[in-house]
Design a protein around this ligand. Structure first.
Ligand SMILES: [Zn+2]
Length: 289
């Protein structure tokens, strides 16, 4: 039979799935990401063959950390230091004789969230902003089913804008962003930021500390909402799942209080969990080209 492959190329793990034409997962596998580039590519290829079996692969979708060139399918994920200028689309086209489409993992995840938010719903969001809060903060904006791109195809960075932050419980002396700028949303609410500011992982935060993270997140959501005017904001990533409603309640309140000129979007947790990027890769494999 004819099948499609989906690759989630993460900095810590690979997930590979074979799906049918309706996107139903037939077989899937996962493995830790090797540090070495050659080992990583060989493993990815063998995982793809494992789930493909003897079926004919029609198309492949992939999600990977940015930066990458979605037009040529060349990837250089920042958090995999040996992966620079890897011609992913060309390698898989040679191996499987079919096209591969790759997008930044958070854009792929946003596509999957959009598909989930619009399937079978009477009122469908037309503009969906996906924000993942894990080690860092990133996201993707979907407009009428398409990934929004910046100048010359640039991937916008929704975690790196200054916010009017508040901090009574953590230690603000540690406040600086991995991107080199100051006062970025990411430097206040990401998993690494929480560890640096509060001296413990997100899962050990007290109610008052969650409240503070929620306040800072709300300031960031307000910035994004007033500029993009999305229908809905979907939050994913370990910190968002860990905080749950404790985090969302305060964030929603702060965002709503600060929005005067555009309607407040719904703010909800991802329903796809840790499979969002893989689901996004499935959407990319199945997308008409
Ligand atoms: Zn930054």
């Amino acid at each position: 039979m004819s099948i499609y492959l989906a690759l989630d190329i993460g900095g810590t793990k690979f997930m590979v799935a074979a799906v049918d034409a309706r996107g139903t997962i037939l077989r899937r596998t996962r493995a830790d990401t090797p540090l070495d580039l050659d080992k990583g590519l060989a493993l990815l290829m063998s995982m793809a063959h494992e789930v493909a079996g003897s079926d004919r692969v029609v198309a492949i979708g992939a999600s990977a950390g940015g930066p990458l060139d979605w037009r040529s399918g060349v990837i250089s994920p920042l958090h995999q230091p040996q992966w620079r200028g890897v011609p992913l689309a060309q390698l898989f086209a040679t191996e499987f004789g079919c096209p591969l489409r790759v997008e930044v993992d958070t854009d792929a995840a946003a596509l999957a969230e959009f598909a989930s938010a619009t399937s079978g719903k009477p009122i469908q969001p037309t503009r969906l902003l996906y924000v993942t809060i894990s080690t860092g903060v990133g996201g993707g904006f979907i407009v009428d089913g398409q990934i929004y791109r910046g100048h010359d195809g640039t991937h916008p960075e929704v975690g790196h804008h200054a916010i009017r932050w508040r901090m009574n419980h953590g230690d603000p002396r540690a406040l600086h962003c991995s991107c080199g700028a100051t006062d970025c949303l990411e430097s206040l609410v990401s998993g690494s930021a929480i560890r640096a500011l509060y001296g413990k992982p997100a899962e050990e935060l007290s109610e008052a500390e969650w409240n503070e993270v929620g306040f800072n997140l709300g300031q960031g959501l307000r910035n994004m909402a007033v500029i993009l005017a999305p229908s809905v904001i979907v939050l994913g990533g370990g910190v968002a799942f860990g905080g749950g409603e404790r985090l969302l309640r305060e964030a929603r309140q702060v965002m709503n209080d600060g929005l005067r000129l555009v309607p407040a979007p719904e703010v909800q947790l991802s329903s796809l969990g840790y499979d969002t990027a893989l689901r996004g890769a499935i959407s990319l494999a199945l997308a008409p080209r």
